[in-house]
Design a protein around this ligand. Structure first.
Ligand SMILES: [Cu+2]
Length: 392
């Protein structure tokens, strides 16, 4: 009976559910999965070998927690703080889609979100921005209930600051802290993440970017960060205490995000990350893949060049115009183009097109848009904003 109720839940969008029965309907559905479990199979990563999913509706939204919601990632200018920042981890819920939008799953009931200093936790974590040559002191103060570490790609550091317990024997236990001294010897866009039980901790949202601008950075007219990732929402559901088994060997993504949101929520001007440009702008997008699968990113009607990859500058002789570039897990590519198309609205999306879906609903998932300012007065833009759940 419980199962039937959950399956019914899947047939309704939340908007329909509210229309049909108001909050009482939602409350009835909220109890579909147990929220009590002392045993958390996700921590050691192997999960349960008994993959009986008979009670699982496939919708992580049906697991309830009262964690606070994540916010949008902030960009922290470390040049203004002498290179210091204190990071921590907070249990949060994370909204993939605005609840008025059709499709699903709508939210991850538990993520482990980075926060910086007095800021709010976010997935991806805060973007730590600095300039080449300004050394960093990144303190990880752990007030979460699990051990974690701070590990950053590409940048120089001593062995004990690599944040990798397997080789350093060091982790930051609950209540402890460690300061990681990191050089900014490699300009570029770099990934940071927790390296404790990485298969689980990274996949629960413990990732973010460090951006090191070269000393003489040729700032473009418009610059965006796009962190792409696919999710198997069962991991979040089981971590939140839902009655679902999950195995890393059986990871089967059902949510696809850009900067933590699924389309059309990605197009929401405040909660998403539409790329708003003016005709003639020189535009750079720093794309990073924090998932475990590759994602070929395609731009409509613009041809770009890959100008940086993993902290290396692509020499001009190696650049060429293209419209799709594959981004492997942990890879970072900076692409550059001129906003010289017919001013309008143009998708940018993963071309594994089944990643451009929210469950069975297309379009969704790993998609956002290039929006020309001059096209924002059109009815097409109004429709897009309505789809994105933005009604002001
Ligand atoms: Cu961790």
């Amino acid at each position: 009976m419980i199962r039937d109720r959950c399956e019914n839940r899947r047939l309704l969008t939340r908007r329909q559910a509210i229309a049909a029965g108001g909050t009482a309907t939602l409350a009835a559905f909220a109890g579909c999965l147990s929220t009590n479990s002392d045993d958390n199979p996700s921590e050691e990563g192997s999960g349960s070998s008994d993959n009986d999913e008979s009670d699982w509706s496939g919708d992580a939204t049906t697991v309830d927690t009262d964690h606070p919601y994540t916010t949008q990632p902030e960009i922290i200018n470390l040049s203004e703080t002498d290179g210091t920042v204190t990071l921590d981890t907070v249990n949060c819920r994370h909204q993939l889609l605005d609840e008025s939008v059709a499709g699903g799953p709508w939210e991850l009931p538990e993520v482990w979100a980075w926060k910086a200093d007095d800021g709010d936790p976010s997935v991806p974590g805060p973007i730590l921005r600095t300039t080449e040559g300004e050394d960093l002191e990144i303190t990880y103060h752990n007030s979460h209930e699990r051990p974690h570490t701070f590990h950053v790609h590409a940048l120089g550091k001593s062995w004990m600051d690599d944040g990798t317990p397997t080789t350093t024997g060091k982790q930051v236990n609950p209540g402890e802290e460690q300061t990681y001294e990191v050089d900014t010897d490699v300009p570029g866009t770099h990934l940071y993440h927790c390296h404790y039980q990485t298969q689980t901790h990274l996949d629960l949202g413990m990732y973010g970017l460090v951006r090191v601008d070269p000393k003489e950075y040729d700032q473009p007219d418009k610059e965006f960060f796009l962190t792409i990732k696919e999710w198997d929402t069962r991991l979040s559901a089981t971590t939140a205490g839902g009655d679902v088994s999950y195995s890393h060997r059986d990871r089967n993504p059902d949510a696809f995000t850009m900067n933590g949101r699924a389309a059309p929520y990605t197009l929401h001007p405040e909660d998403g990350s539409p790329l708003i440009v003016t005709e003639g702008d020189r535009v750079r997008i720093h794309i990073a893949n924090t998932g475990y699968e590759s994602h070929p990113i395609h731009l409509h009607s613009h041809r770009f060049e890959v100008v940086e990859k993993d902290g290396g500058v692509v020499p001009p002789a190696g650049r060429h115009k293209e419209d799709v570039t594959n981004i492997a897990p942990a890879e970072r590519k900076t692409i550059e183009f001129v906003a010289d198309a017919d001013p309008g609205l143009y998708p940018i999306h993963c071309h594994k097109v089944h990643h451009v879906m929210n469950e069975d609903s297309y379009p969704g998932g790993m998609l956002t848009g290039i929006v020309y300012e001059s096209a924002m007065q059109t009815e097409q833009f109004d429709e897009l904003m309505e789809m994105a759940g933005f009604d002001e």
